[in-house]
Write a protein that binds this ligand. Structure first.
Ligand SMILES: [Mg+2]
Length: 172
């Protein structure tokens, strides 16, 4: 394959540990959170190697601004797609289409796109329905990791962000 993989990342319990998220009392906005196992460094390395990536995440724009823009991690991403701005959550195809549009991608690029997320009902179902690769990030103890429907079956499973190398270097 001569084209590089394109990576769409979920945030909560994929890149960021939800248990570490700090919200001022009464606010839905996340102020701070920890990246799981140096996931931020993994994004930096992927960016260095020329991989195009977007965040495709359900939540408030301001939360992701605090987690990714203020920390400098957004420099490694071409786009931050949030459900607040799109007006729908995953598995809505509009979330994935917005990421494709932001990266200037066409339908023929879909075989190169990988959606990586922890949520079977949102990330995996969304990617499977949209016709891109689904990668379940399965480290979180707080989410169901056993598919209950055909659409929830991920194409790949990984346990930390650095394991994405295994998938994308084998296949592209
Ligand atoms: Mg998540």
């Amino acid at each position: 394959m001569d084209k590089k993989a394109i990576l769409f990342w979920d945030s909560g319990d994929t890149l960021i540990e939800e248990d570490s998220e700090i919200r001022p009392s009464g606010s839905p906005i996340v102020q701070k959170g920890n990246f799981h196992k140096n996931a931020d460094k993994v994004l930096e390395k992927l960016k260095d190697k020329g991989y195009k990536m977007a965040l495709v995440a359900d939540g408030y724009k301001e939360s992701f601004s605090n987690l990714y823009v203020k920390t400098g991690v957004s420099c490694f991403l071409e786009a931050l797609i949030t459900s607040e701005e799109i007006g729908e959550c995953k598995p809505s195809k509009n979330m994935f289409q917005a990421a494709m549009d932001a990266l200037g991608l066409e339908d023929e690029d879909k075989p190169y796109i990988y959606m990586i997320g922890n949520n079977l009902e949102r990330d995996v179902v969304g990617a499977n329905r949209f016709g891109i690769h689904s990668v379940l990030m399965d480290w979180s103890p707080n989410y169901r990791m056993t598919p209950e429907t055909e659409e929830e079956i991920p194409e790949y499973r990984i346990h930390s962000a650095d394991e994405i190398w295994k998938i994308i270097t084998e296949e592209g």
